[in-house]
Design a protein around this ligand. Structure first.
Ligand SMILES: Nc1ncnc2c1ncn2[C@@H]1O[C@H](COP(=O)(O)OP(=O)(O)OP(=O)(O)O)[C@@H](O)[C@H]1O
Ligand SMILES: [Mg+2]
Length: 450
């Protein structure tokens, strides 16, 4: 699902009101009756104005007519929800223009946006449920449960939970992007000028970086949390440069003490004494799947996070820690110790009910399962020589070196399951051409509150 903001500029105040009315009606109707849209949008011009707006919105694929429905009605599309969210960020004066998409994950689109001062930020648009859940056999009953399977509801839950955790973690001093604002299924956050660890080809001191990452896992555990997806895609490695004159001082940033050679910055590990000191600082992202240390499967999640890091360091940096562990049972003993504030009730504190938590957990597990099934299919079609690239094309085309990384790579991708990256089919979802360059969205600011 791509985001094209071109139509934004052509929407009138009335169009926005009608779009907001369709969203409002969606709370109780999958197919929002046209008469209800008329009522909710409260346009002065009456029905004819509403019809004009509906047809403009439908043309831009922001609403879609429900075919073969018992009554005349429309539903909100992903595009429509994206626009409403962008509109709200713009009204808060946080977004002025939208740039290109820098990432497409299993469960989100990541866009670079900017405010009117030109400050770049990241807009994460959650896309839970975008994979057609109908294709997952085990999911049929789940879908019957109505709202629990709705993409709009699930994506919003993911954004709410992620935003709450980012805020809580930042307050506790963890290095995560600063969450700026949340609207519907989107989160606005600071842009981290860093590469995902997956793109780092080598580090002179893997032991030090490894120790930093394990320390983060253990610190999370102390606060009652497990990341749940602690892998090379979700760890950004920031390079902090200390000028040569200062680097002789004993104070190095506490988060990390390792120096690096990345694919983008080719520096020698044997630096002359006069060279700037580069310190690697891991910044953690991606939190919708965070779980409590008290979760019934906590041990599995904790061990999986640890194993992910170990596996990556072995494959990429040929580094294996001499010490076994860390082990869940030891980490468990530290929960809440040394004055650590427990953060595992963060989602509940932000208004999450038990049902919401369960619905989200289930949806994330399903997405993972589906990604695994697709990865499996991809492997099979490769095996049989089919040209499958159209359907399952690798997301990281800039990361070709990963292919010949090591012979156990395939196995690792499989074990990681959800981490096998591929472009997913956008079943039933209207797509827009990708914006070529930044497109001003100033028109957003003239509309009514949604
Ligand atoms: N604040 C940020 N600053 C810089 N880059 C970011 C930021 N947030 C996300 N990214 C980039 O976008 C990618 C995907 O982000 P994120 O992991 O949050 O989404 P996701 O949908 O969960 O992805 P996946 O399902 O693949 O794990 C990251 O690997 C990173 O390259
Ligand atoms: Mg991720």
């Amino acid at each position: 699902m791509k985001l094209d903001t071109r139509v934004l500029r052509h929407l009138t105040q009335e169009d926005w009101k009608v779009l907001a009315a369709v969203e409002q009606g969606t709370k109780n109707h999958e197919n929002v009756p046209t008469v209800l849209i008329e009522k909710l949008s409260r346009l002065k011009g009456g029905a004819s104005g509403v019809h004009k707006s509906i047809s403009a919105l439908a043309k831009a694929s922001l609403v879609a007519k429900t075919l073969h429905a018992k009554y005349d009605g429309y539903r909100l599309t992903y595009g429509g929800l994206d626009y409403l969210a962008l509109h709200q960020h713009a009204q808060r004066k946080q977004v002025y223009s939208v740039g290109s998409r820098i990432g497409v994950g299993k469960e989100s689109d990541i866009m670079v946006v900017a405010d009117d001062a030109g400050v770049q930020k990241v807009l994460k648009i959650h896309r839970l449920g975008r994979i057609s859940f109908r294709t997952v056999k085990a999911n049929r009953d789940y879908l019957k449960s109505g709202q629990a399977g709705s993409w709009m509801y699930l994506s919003q839950l993911a954004a709410m939970k992620e935003f709450a955790f980012m805020r809580a973690l930042r307050d506790e001093g963890f290095l995560v992007p600063e969450p700026i604002s949340q609207s519907r299924h989107t989160i606005l956050m600071t842009l981290i000028d860093a590469l995902p660890m997956r793109q780092i080809s080598m580090v002179p001191d893997p032991a030090s970086l490894y120790a930093d990452l394990i320390a983060i896992l253990l610190r999370l555990a102390q606060h009652g949390l497990i990341h749940g997806d602690f892998n090379e895609f979700n760890i950004l490695i920031k390079e902090e440069r200390t000028p040569a004159a200062l680097s002789t001082s004993t104070s190095t940033p506490s988060a990390s003490t390792s120096t690096a050679t990345s694919t983008s910055t080719q520096t020698s590990s044997a630096q002359p004494a006069t060279a700037d000191q580069i310190t690697l600082v891991p910044v953690i992202i991606d939190f919708p799947q965070m779980v409590s240390m008290d979760h019934v499967n906590a041990e599995m999640y904790f061990d999986r996070d640890v194993a992910c890091i170990k596996r990556f360091f072995k494959r990429r940096f040929h580094f294996t820690a001499t010490q076994p562990g860390p082990f869940f049972k030891d980490a468990k003993k530290t929960v809440g110790k040394d004055g650590a504030r427990r953060l595992d009730a963060t989602a509940e504190a932000s208004g999450f009910t038990k049902k919401m938590a369960k619905d989200l957990e289930r949806a994330i597990a399903l997405e993972k399962k589906l990604a695994e099934e697709k990865a499996e299919l991809k492997k099979e079609s490769k095996y049989f020589g089919a040209d499958s690239d159209e359907d399952f094309h690798d997301d990281d085309d800039d990361d070709d070196q990963e292919e010949d990384d090591s012979e156990d790579d395939d196995e690792a991708e499989e074990e990681e399951g959800g981490q096998a990256k591929q472009q997913l089919d956008d079943d039933d979802i209207p797509t827009f051409p990708r914006p070529e360059k930044e497109i001003p969205i100033e028109k957003l600011t003239i509309s009514e509150a949604t």
